[in-house]
Ligand binder design. Structure first.
Ligand code: SAH
Length: 453
C-alpha cells in the first residue's frame, strides 16, 4: 500500500522539516507486520512529495506477530496490499511527531494551513463512501477506479499537515472497514485523540465511530458520548439530563435571563435576519419567533439530535407552525464557510464558543467576523471568575463536561478586543445574572458592531 503526501508551499522542501524526514534519504522502519519505507519521489522548491510504502509480510502476519485475530483467512486475501489499519500504525510510528502537530525546525508551518495533496492506493471502498468521509472535512476529492473494486483516492486542500494525517489515520481503516488487531477500549482513546477537533462535527461521525471500533456498538456509544455529550443524554432517553451547570444555575433561572439579554441586544441593534449559530435545541429561536421585528431566523448546529428537538420545539413539523421562509434549521459546522446563512444581519453565539477546542476558535472567528461579517454579533460565555461562588463546583473544574475552557472576564475581553481590532468591529460588554461585587455575573456577553468601512 502506498500513501503520498505533497505540498506546493514554497519552499516545498520544508516538507522534510514538517515530516521530520530528510528528503535526501530513504527511511526504513521495522513494524511488527513488515516494513515501512519513506522516500521522496519529488524534491524541488516548487513541489515536494513524500511517499510512504508499506511492505506487509504475509508470513509475519500468519505467525501472528502483528497481534492479530483471524489472520489465517486474511493471509489468502488482500490484507497485505489494501490500504488499511496497517497504514495507520505506520503513520503513528513513522510520522508520529508530525501527526502530533510538532516540528522542531518549522513550528510555525506545522500550525499553518498549507496547500496539500495526498494519494492513497489501493483503497477497497466505494467512491460514494470516500466522498462522504473526506468532503465534509474540506478536501477536494478525486477517485480513480481500479480493477477488482479498488480505488485510488486523491485529496487536495489547504489545511494543516497534522489535520491531513489525523484524517487519514482515522478514515483509512474506516474505508477499509476492518482492523488487523483486536479492538478494545484503548482504541476509543486513539479515536478521540486523532479525531479531536473534527470528528465531533463530522456529519458521518456515528458511522465513523462504528466502523473504526469494528462495529462493537458498546465501544462506539462510549466514544460518541465522550465526543459529543448530548448524544449520551439522547441515548438514555433523558430529555433534561441535569448537568452540573443546570443544577448550579437553576435558582438563578440564568438561562431565561441570558435569552432576554440577547433578545434585547438584538432588538437594540435593529436586527431583522438572525442566524443562531450553535442553536442547540432552539431555545433562543423559540423566544425570538414571536417577536414581530424578526423577519427571518436561521438555526445552525452540528448536532442532528439537537436540531430534531429544536424542530419540535418550534413546531416546524406542524401545519400551524411558522412558515419555512421565516424559520429554518440547518445542520452545519461553524468552522467551515456556509453560504446558507450569509445574508443574516445578526449572528448569535449563545454559550457556544466554550464548546470548541481553542485551536478551532480562530477558524470560527474567521468565518463569522472575517468572511460573513454580519452587522451585529452577540456572543455569550460563562464567566470563570464567578466559578468560585458555586459551592458544588470543585476549584479549577468547568461547569459542564463538554466545555473545553471557561474564560475569566479579562480573557474574554482580550479575545473579543483582538477580533474587534482585526476585523473592524466595535464592542460593548455586558454581564448576565446576579452580579457579585468582586467576581462579576455568572455569564458574560459581548456585542460586536461592524464599523463602517
Ligand atoms: N445556543 C444553545 C446551545 C448551546 S450548547 C443554547 O444556548 O441553548 C453548544 C451548541 O453548540 C451545541 O448544540 C453544539 O452542538 C453546538 N456546536 C458546538 N461546536 C459546534 C460546531 N463546530 N459547529 C456547529 N455547532 C457546534
Amino acid at each position: 500500500m502506498y500513501l503520498s503526501l505533497a505540498t506546493t508551499h514554497q519552499p516545498a522542501t520544508d516538507l522534510g522539516f514538517l515530516l521530520h524526514k530528510n528528503p535526501a534519504r530513504l527511511h526504513e522502519t521495522e513494524l511488527g507486520f513488515g516494513k515501512a519505507f519513506l522516500f521522496y519521489p519529488e524534491v524541488s522548491v516548487e513541489r515536494c512529495e513524500a511517499a510512504l510504502v508499506l511492505d506487509v509480510d504475509p508470513i509475519e502476519l500468519v505467525r501472528g506477530k502483528g497481534g492479530a485475530d483471524g489472520l489465517l483467512d486474511q493471509y489468502v486475501n488482500d490484507r497485505p496490499y489494501a490500504a488499511s489499519s496497517f497504514l495507520s500504525v505506520a503513520l503513528g510510528r513513522v510520522l508520529g511527531t508530525a501527526m502530533a502537530g510538532n516540528s522542531r525546525e518549522r513550528p510555525e508551518l506545522a500550525a499553518k494551513a498549507l496547500p496539500l495533496e495526498a494519494m492513497v492506493v489501493p483503497v477497497r471502498s466505494s467512491e460514494a463512501l470516500i466522498r462522504t468521509l473526506f468532503e465534509p472535512l474540506g478536501w477536494t476529492v478525486s477517485v480513480e477506479c481500479l480493477p477488482a473494486g479498488y480505488a485510488a483516492v486523491r485529496l487536495s486542500g489547504t489545511m494543516r499537515l497534522q489535520a491531513l494525517l489525523s484524517h487519514l489515520y482515522v478514515l483509512v481503516p474506516v474505508l477499509d472497514d476492518d482492523k488487523h488487531y483486536w479492538v478494545g477500549e484503548d482504541e476509543i482513546d486513539k479515536l478521540l485523540k486523532r479525531g479531536g477537533g473534527w470528528l465531533e462535527t463530522h456529519p458521518a461521525r456515528e458511522m465513523i465511530a462504528d466502523r473504526y471500533l469494528k462495529h462493537r456498538r458498546g465501544l462506539a456509544r462510549q466514544a460518541l458520548a465522550r465526543l459529543v455529550p448530548e448524544i449520551e443524554a439522547e441515548a438514555d432517553g433523558d430529555d433534561a439530563r441535569p448537568t452540573r451547570e443546570d443544577g448550579m444555575e437553576s435558582p438563578l433561572r440564568l438561562n431565561d435571563q441570558r435569552l432576554e439579554a440577547v433578545v434585547e441586544a438584538l432588538r437594540a441593534a435593529g436586527a431583522r435576519k438572525v442566524a443562531d449559530l450553535g442553536c442547540g435545541e432552539g431555545k433562543l429561536l423559540h423566544r425570538l419567533v414571536r417577536e414581530r421585528w424578526i423577519e427571518s431566523l436561521i438555526g445552525v448546529d452540528a448536532s442532528a439530535v439537537s436540531l430534531l428537538r429544536a424542530k419540535r420545539r418550534l413546531k416546524l413539523d406542524v401545519a400551524t407552525g411558522p412558515s419555512p421562509d421565516r424559520v429554518r434549521l440547518m445542520h452545519g459546522a461553524l468552522t467551515y464557510r456556509d453560504k446558507r446563512w450569509e445574508d443574516a444581519d445578526a449572528a448569535v453565539l449563545v454559550e457556544v464558543i466554550e464548546h470548541l477546542d481553542a485551536d478551532r476558535l480562530p477558524a470560527l472567528a474567521r468565518i463569522v467576523f472575517g468572511i460573513t461579517r454580519p452587522r451585529t454579533v452577540v456572543v455569550t460565555t460563562p464567566n470563570a471568575d464567578y466559578n468560585v461562588l458555586f459551592a458544588s463546583l470543585p476549584a479549577g473544574e468547568l461547569r459542564h463536561p463538554d466545555h473545553r475552557f471557561e474564560w475569566t472576564r479579562a480573557q474574554f475581553r482580550d479575545w473579543a478586543e483582538e477580533i474587534g481590532r482585526a476585523h473592524g468591529y466595535g464592542l460593548d460588554f455586558g454581564e448576565i445574572g446576579a452580579r457579585h461585587a468582586v467576581h462579576g455575573a455568572p455569564t458574560q456577553m459581548a456585542v460586536f458592531r461592524r464599523e463602517a468601512a
